[in-house]
Design a protein around this ligand. Structure first.
Ligand SMILES: CC(C)(COP(=O)(O)OP(=O)(O)OC[C@H]1O[C@@H](n2cnc3c(N)ncnc32)[C@H](O)[C@@H]1OP(=O)(O)O)[C@@H](O)C(=O)NCCC(=O)NCCS
Length: 164
């Protein structure tokens, strides 16, 4: 598939297009998730958040947000990651995750956290181990709170609450 992936900084994309794509992939209730509270009133890093296009159509989005990861301090929250339903399962989600990781590492960030399906995100290196002693506000499943250390040991052994 010849999709092209840009940062939101490189390719400013109408907010409504991104929100429509997220709703079409995740369902209209996606804003009820605990992780959404960390995004309200927050602003995504446009140099790390990605949009993917195929034949001029927006087909993928992933956003990275500044958060505090307990006593580890500054970190990134990833989400939502959403792929246009007809294009799911063709490797675009994975390609966007690898690019996000590469960009965040190059920008000197310490870690990425997210709430999501472990079997999917473990394939690109996320794990519940580094975030096991951290807590999120609201209701969530601890097994779905996952971290990726961009700097070795950045989250390991740390605890506390994940906040904005
Ligand atoms: C989940 C999502 C982001 C994955 O992106 P994608 O481009 O479709 O996935 P990829 O092509 O990178 O990876 C496909 C592989 O991941 C697997 N996979 C997809 N979603 C999965 C999930 N929720 N849990 C476990 N594995 C999953 C597929 O079975 C496939 O496996 P295979 O390579 O062995 O065939 C995308 O499908 C999507 O937007 N889904 C709707 C929203 C959603 O379910 N979000 C929940 C994620 S926490």
């Amino acid at each position: 598939m010849q999709w092209t992936i840009y940062t939101e900084e490189e390719y400013p994309t109408p907010e409504d297009d991104i929100l429509d794509l997220i709703a079409s992939a995740l369902g209209a209730d996606w804003t009820t998730k605990s992780s959404h509270q960390l995004r309200l009133g927050n602003e995504q890093y446009k140099n790390l958040s990605l949009v993917a296009f195929l034949d001029g159509k927006l087909v993928g989005t992933v956003r990275l947000w500044p958060i505090q990861a307990g006593n580890a301090g500054d970190a990134l929250l990833l989400g939502p990651l959403a792929i246009h339903p007809p294009l799911q399962g063709k490797g675009l989600g994975r390609a966007m995750l690898y690019k996000v990781i590469e960009l965040a590492k190059a920008a000197g960030h310490g870690a990425i956290v997210l709430v999501g399906d472990a079997p999917y995100y473990e394939r690109v290196g996320f794990s519940s181990n580094p975030t096991w002693f951290m807590r999120m506000p609201g209701r969530y499943d601890q097994n779905r709170l996952l971290g990726y250390e961009l700097q070795e040991g950045y989250l390991t052994g740390k605890d506390g609450v994940i906040t904005r």
